[in-house]
Design a protein around this ligand. Structure first.
Ligand code: ASP
Length: 331
């Protein structure tokens, strides 16, 4: 009798979302993978990254717990990272071969499989906000360079002078890239991919993924990486998972990394961790593609997998377990 009363109360409350507060929420973010090693990083820089990761993941988790929509949380946390010079996205974007900045970003919502992306934009302070606008306010999925900037202007999305993206640190990286290339050496040795990405499971049960980047140092000829390519650098599907990637984009495009991880879950019955490891640690390693991913699954499980010495990363799983890491030897 009591059981029947409790269960009918449960059913009555469900349509009103009264139980939403109990629904698991989860978040994972990355600030790039690459040659990130303990003995080559000063204690001050390490502390700066850790504080940033800690603040960002706590902010994102609090927002999700308060019932904020996944899309808003993904955009808000990526914008924090775009505004910081610590990462290769927004303000801290790397230089192209010609000394410019061309930014890429994308976002995907796993309920209706809606997606938006921008590629090669030069005046957009927050490419992730523009990617969201492409998804919500245009009939298209991906807009590139001048056209994307014209779309931003028509919507009143703030633009900045290209000089906003100039930083000494990234300029030095371009100079050393060019020196190595001109000397016939591998310019990508010691590569640090600083792309940023956030994936969430929100209290409505929706999975959302977003990625934003300046691309790769020394890129030429309007090169576009994996970050704005839906299925490569970003993917979300409520039936499986949400993924954001960082690494050598050409490999992530060819191996459709983000979609492949979700497809392995959905079609082959693999767990999120199994799927992520199969793609990043087996397939990409054999191919020679450096990088990693963060992902959340529909039950709030989190995976952060990378085949490089380190990856800036942080997460809180559906069970509330928090992890923050930089180097490969951390859990
Ligand atoms: N994946 C990005 C690209 O290839 C680079 C990065 O992860 O930093 O454009």
């Amino acid at each position: 009798m009591i059981v029947r009363f409790v269960s009918s109360l449960f059913l009555c409350l469900l349509p009103f979302g009264v139980l939403a507060a109990d629904a698991p929420v989860a978040i994972a973010l990355h600030g790039g993978a690459g040659t990130i090693e303990r003995d080559r990083m000063s204690a001050e820089i390490e502390a700066e990254y850790r504080t940033f990761l800690e603040d960002s993941i706590s902010d994102g988790y609090r927002r999700l717990q308060a019932g904020e929509e996944g899309l808003d949380v993904v955009v808000a946390i990526i914008q924090r990272m775009e505004d910081s010079p610590l990462f290769n996205a927004g303000k801290g974007s790397v230089y192209t071969w010609d000394g410019q900045h061309e930014l890429d970003a994308s976002i995907m919502h796993g309920e209706q499989m809606d997606a938006g992306a921008v590629a090669g934009v030069t005046t957009i302070r927050s490419p992730i906000a523009l990617a969201r606008a492409v998804m919500e306010q245009s009939p298209h999925v991906m807009l590139a360079s001048r056209g994307a900037e014209q779309f931003a202007r028509e919507l009143g999305i703030p633009e900045v002078s290209p000089a906003y993206f100039e930083t000494e640190r990234r300029k030095r990286t371009l100079e050393s890239y060019k020196r190595r290339k001109q000397a016939g050496l591998d310019p990508n040795v010691d590569h640090k991919f600083g792309t940023v990405g956030v994936v969430v499971l929100d209290s409505q049960g929706n999975l959302v993924a977003g990625t934003s980047t300046g691309g790769m140092t020394g890129k030429r000829w309007g090169r576009i990486g994996d970050a704005p390519v839906i299925g490569a650098g970003t993917y979300a599907d409520n039936r499986s998972c949400a993924v954001s990637a960082t690494g050598h984009g050409e490999y992530f495009i060819r191996h459709t990394v983000a979609r492949d991880i979700c497809a392995r879950m959905q079609l082959a019955g693999q767990s999120l961790q199994e799927a992520a490891e199969a793609v990043i640690m087996d397939e990409l390693v054999v191919a020679g593609g450096d990088g990693g991913i963060v992902a959340v699954g529909a039950s709030g499980e989190v995976s952060m997998v990378f085949n490089t010495p380190g990856m800036y990363r942080a997460s809180v799983s559906g069970s509330g377990e928090k992890r923050i890491g930089i180097f490969g030897d951390e859990p």
